[in-house]
Design a binder for this molecule. Structure first.
Ligand SMILES: *Cc1c(COP(=O)(O)O)cnc(C)c1O
Length: 389
């Protein structure tokens, strides 16, 4: 007997990661979803097809991924895109020239660049505010505001926005709440439960978890938004290929296992860094010294492997980055392997200096993406690298 896809929602999280959205192939019994590597589908006659016409519009491997991640976020609909930025661009195409959005000032550098350098040319306007303070969100809303666009925790300073408060404001002021949930993953945080209308991810990060593809995904419940987003995906063409969809789907199967280990390693390493450098220099929502630790415990069930630390100077940051052997110096995050990066010159290089300084992305700041290696090896690697400063 095969289960209907809506029955996926009856299961708990880890069971969903493995089974939701996919069924053994009815003709062969293949337990894993096929990589349906095709551009087009043969039709039986004029207007007669099996629901598939051309692969920009629909692809079965992509649909399996969309159903799977939708089930993890507790959403009815999922739309996979070619990258996280592609997903962001798709969401923002829901709006019209003249519309205004209130945006977290600390959003991903590529999100800011897309808004500031491209979409303003098409008549959208944005106010970037410190969304840690709900009052600042409220005060930035204008008569033409159509959405609040947030990221929590933010990159790289791990600042939080109160999702319940933002959801309440969005509802009361009749604007959409859009949340980038890439850093927490649905294992630790599900913004739709707090009133978000649209949640999205760079699947490149924790969802895929193996640093071997680029992708994005949008999750939502509203039927009319779903119709419009499906239209944008097909009309805009930022769809992912079947191989990348399959890799992301393979990745989500171990999401629960990986997130537990990222979290365990993250907590230990953050604790060690706090002792070594002083708690005020370590940015990790799981530390009791984090100014929003209580909020983190309220809206997240764990804190993951992302940590930033202020080394004090560019020279110190450089020494640490050169001293590591297990951590690799690279952009990106959320993979099984530990990475270390320098936000000011890497992920935030496209952000103007003045703005970067205001956000606290200093020359001495380094960011760790703690992987799932043995934590003793990660700690020894950091002990060695930090001994140089
Ligand atoms: C990486 C990232 C993105 C962009 O995703 P890509 O897959 O690189 O296009 C957006 N938001 C956050 C928080 C990210 O970390």
């Amino acid at each position: 007997m095969t289960r209907a896809f809506d029955e996926d929602f009856a299961y708990r999280f880890a069971t969903r990661t493995i089974h939701a959205g996919q069924r053994p192939d009815p003709t062969t019994g293949a337990i894993m979803p096929a990589i349906v590597q095709t551009s087009t589908y043969v039709q039986d006659g004029i207007g007669q097809n099996k629901g598939y016409e051309y692969a920009r519009g629909k692809n079965p491997t992509r649909e399996a991924l969309e159903r799977n991640v939708a089930a993890l976020e507790g959403a009815k609909h999922g739309f996979a895109f070619s990258s996280g930025v592609g997903a962001t661009d798709g969401i923002l195409r829901l709006f019209n020239a003249g519309d205004h959005l209130v945006v977290g000032e600390n959003v991903y550098g590529g999100t800011y660049r897309l808004m500031d350098k491209i979409l303003t040319r098409f008549g959208l306007t944005f106010s970037f505010v410190d969304t840690r303070d709900p009052q600042q969100i409220e005060d930035a809303i204008q008569p033409n505001t159509k959405a609040l666009f947030l990221e929590t925790p933010t990159n790289p300073l791990m600042r939080l926005t109160d999702l319940a408060a933002a959801g309440e404001i969005a509802k009361r002021r009749s604007v959409l709440l859009i949340v980038d949930n890439t850093f927490a993953s649905p294992y630790f945080q599900r913004p739709l439960e707090f009133g978000a209308d649209i949640v999205f991810h760079s699947t490149t990060k924790y969802l895929n978890g193996h640093s071997d593809m680029i992708g994005g995904i949008v999750l939502l419940n509203d039927e009319s938004l779903a119709v419009r987003l499906q239209f944008i995906l097909n009309a805009g063409g930022a769809n992912p290929g079947p191989m990348d969809s399959w890799l992301a789907l393979r990745g989500t199967k171990t999401l629960a296992l990986r997130m537990r280990q990222h979290d365990a390693n993250g907590r230990q390493i953050a604790g060690w860094l706090a002792q070594r450098m002083g708690a005020e220099r370590v940015f990790y929502p799981g530390l009791p010294s984090h100014p929003q630790h209580e909020l983190a415990r309220k809206q997240m069930s764990g804190f993951g492997g992302m940590i930033s630390v202020e080394t004090g100077s560019l020279a110190n940051a450089d020494k640490v980055l050169r001293g590591v052997k297990v951590f690799s110096l690279a952009e990106s995050l959320g993979g099984v392997e530990s990475l270390i990066s320098h936000p000011a010159s890497m992920t935030h290089a496209s952000v103007e200096l003045e703005r970067r300084q205001r956000l606290g992305v200093t020359e001495g700041l380094i960011r760790l993406s703690c992987g799932v290696e043995d934590v003793e090896d990660l700690l020894a690697d950091l002990e060695h690298a930090f001994s140089a400063i």
